[in-house]
Ligand binder design. Structure first.
Ligand code: FMN
Length: 409
């Protein structure tokens, strides 16, 4: 696995400049156009792409409990996130039936916990028993439209996320109507709100799926991955840019690679991949419930192992990758960047206690960005300066260009 040292190789002058900016911003607060500051001070262009869309910077919020209200989206737009993926809605048919209705939940209690990975590294994980958006598809469409309006002035991309029917054992039929109806309604909402087209849409294959009977057979999972892009294409044509959020199945790394190459080589491909949702522990008990999803160092170790293996045997036409999974430092984001990921989406980081952040003013999103971007040793700027030198990257390359170049190195 291509890896990075513990500390970035930056000059003494760069280090002092970073330290100065880090401390100054911690006290003064987070500027709305913070990328301009980064470019002016370090000559680094942070613009990138999420699927086919340009984004102002590569950092986004992953789908979850922190992207299910208008207030949360407002807060993220004000802090200058590049994109936000809304909480996953459960698909419906025209009559309101939902085949994946078991995944609907209003449960929001979460527990942030320390977790030690197999490597001995310490990190954080969030444990909870909730699942998808608790309301109806109509509520969600209204939320999506409002989120687009709020995000527009800040130039933040808003991405809906959906869980559609997946057939289980015994030759269950595909509920194609659910795909047609839900995709159609999301597209209507996107058009009415003048959202970015093609509409980016994450198809959530959640980690809890890994523990369900539905995902007990490899062939069935591969069947889903082949069919889902074709069904969304049939429903939305080229007006939808589908991102498949790959899950960590309860099989080995080789199987993860089979999933990815199947998606990248299928006759009907998604527009991009989101790699990869949390791990699943079938034996862990939480609040009397056996089997929970978790994150932390084991999640990023596994994801980076698989993405590094993909990088060693790159597909002829690699799909863009948005990385998710324990992105807790700029160094971790740089590790995913080395594997060709051009955007980074976080959930757990935005739940860290305030005491973990040096910034004492402003909201959580700004504090987390400050840590992630400006920290003199762990921050993204320091690591981009390092990568630039290490790989002799052109000074005017933005994050998207760097991701594409590094995938070929
Ligand atoms: C409380 C919680 C709720 C989540 N809900 C969703 C969801 O509705 N849809 C989805 O695609 N991913 C969901 N996720 C997964 C996150 O989007 C993210 O991919 C994952 O947590 C890995 O990123 P992290 O290590 O930064 O947390 C959820 C994660 C957590 C912790």
């Amino acid at each position: 696995m291509l890896d990075l040292p513990a500390l970035p190789d930056v000059s003494g002058e760069e280090r002092l400049k970073l330290l100065d900016d880090y401390e100054r911003l911690a006290a003064s607060g987070w500027p709305a156009d913070w990328e301009t500051l980064v470019e002016a001070r370090y000559g680094i262009r942070l613009s990138s792409r999420y699927g086919p869309h340009r984004i102002r910077n590569p950092f986004g919020k992953a789908s979850g409990q922190l992207s299910l209200t208008v207030r949360q989206v407002k807060h993220d737009a004000a802090a200058g996130l590049g994109f936000v993926v809304l909480k996953t809605v459960i698909a419906e048919e025209a009559g309101g039936q939902r085949s994946m209705g078991d995944w609907t939940s209003r449960e929001t209690r979460m527990k942030l916990e320390r977790i030690r990975g197999g490597s001995g590294e310490e990190g954080w994980t969030v444990t909870w028993l909730g699942r998808g958006w608790g309301g109806s598809l109509s509520d969600y469409l209204q939320f999506y439209a409002e989120a687009v309006e709020i995000a527009r002035p800040a130039g933040m991309l808003v991405v809906p996320s959906c869980k559609f029917h997946l057939p289980g054992a015994g030759g269950e039929e595909w509920r194609e109507e659910e795909y047609r109806y839900t995709t159609g309604r999301l597209l209507d909402a996107a058009q009415a709100a003048r959202a970015a087209l093609p509409m980016p849409l994450e198809k959530d294959f959640s980690p809890t799926l890994a523990g369900s009977d539905r995902a007990s057979e490899r062939d069935r999972i591969l069947g889903w991955l082949t069919r889902v892009p074709a069904l969304i294409r049939a429903a939305g044509g080229d007006r939808v840019a589908l991102g498949i959020k790959v899950f960590n199945a309860l099989f080995d790394d080789d199987f993860q690679l089979v999933m990815v190459s199947l998606l990248e080589e299928a006759p009907v491909r998604p527009a991009y991949l989101v790699y990869a949702n949390r791990l699943f522990d079938p034996d862990r008990v939480f609040q009397g419930w056996r089997g929970v999803a978790y994150g932390g160092p084991d999640l990023s170790d596994r994801n980076l192992r698989v993405l590094s293996a993909r990088r060693r045997h790159p597909p002829a036409a690699p799909l863009p990758v948005s990385a998710t999974g324990n992105i807790d430092t700029g160094r971790r984001a740089a590790q995913y960047l080395l594997c060709g990921a051009s955007s980074f989406q976080m959930h757990t980081l935005f739940q860290w206690p305030d005491t973990e952040f040096a910034m004492r003013v402003g909201g959580k999103t700004a504090r987390a960005l400050h840590w992630l971007v400006f920290h003199p040793e762990h921050g993204f700027i320091a690591w981009l300066l390092d990568l630039r030198r290490r790989f002799d990257l052109p000074a005017d390359a933005d994050v998207f260009d760097i991701a594409a170049t590094l995938l070929r190195k």
